[in-house]
Design a protein around this ligand. Structure first.
Ligand code: SF4
Ligand code: SF4
Length: 166
């Protein structure tokens, strides 16, 4: 696996959005695909090899990158980085520093994402920032974080237009 992704995954191995199991609040909504959908979680560059060919895990190639469709349950150590970061994202700011934001894609499913970062364990937010700093040291991962930043900007613009029209 890519060394930066491996280090970022390790940073988030033992921290979760809340000190208690937040899945009890929502029935682990982020692990259940919406009915009729099998969208999967976006994999970071170099992460695909950890899931390819595994029973009950499927890889989907998309224009955004590889996605993994999981069996709906997993051990903590096999969780993709996207799942470990959820519902936050580390993005590279204009000053080159990592900014931790609530993932706009998460708001549809995650009650914590709708409340914002203040609802989360600060240790989790700090770990997401540190994971982002590790990723940003790799040119390939930094480019991927830029793609995610662009995607967040596009979603924000769509949400703005939706609010204006309603
Ligand atoms: S949807 Fe949000 S609150 Fe529910 S398990 Fe996932 S991260 Fe936790
Ligand atoms: S890989 Fe694990 S944490 Fe991620 S969506 Fe699937 S069951 Fe949930």
């Amino acid at each position: 696996m890519d060394a930066a992704v491996d280090a970022a995954r390790e940073k988030l191995k033992n921290v979760t959005p809340l000190k208690r199991d937040c899945g009890r609040v929502c029935g682990a909504a982020c692990c259940r695909p919406l009915e009729g959908e099998e969208t999967g979680m976006l994999l970071f560059p170099g992460e695909t090899e950890a899931y390819a060919g595994r029973e009950d895990w499927k890889i989907r190639r998309t224009a955004r990158g590889d996605m993994v469709v999981c069996p709906g349950r997993c051990d903590r150590e096999e969780r993709p980085l996207s799942c470990r970061l959820f519902p936050l994202l580390p993005l590279i700011g204009e000053d080159g520093k990592i900014r931790v934001v609530t993932d706009l894609r998460a708001r549809a499913v995650c009650p914590l994402a709708r409340q914002g970062k203040s609802a989360l364990d600060p240790a989790f937010t700090d770990a997401v920032r540190e994971a982002g700093e590790l990723l940003a040291q790799s040119e390939e991962q930094a480019l991927f974080l830029d793609v995610l930043k662009q995607e967040q900007a596009e979603i924000a613009e769509l949400l703005k237009q939706f609010r204006i029209q309603n």
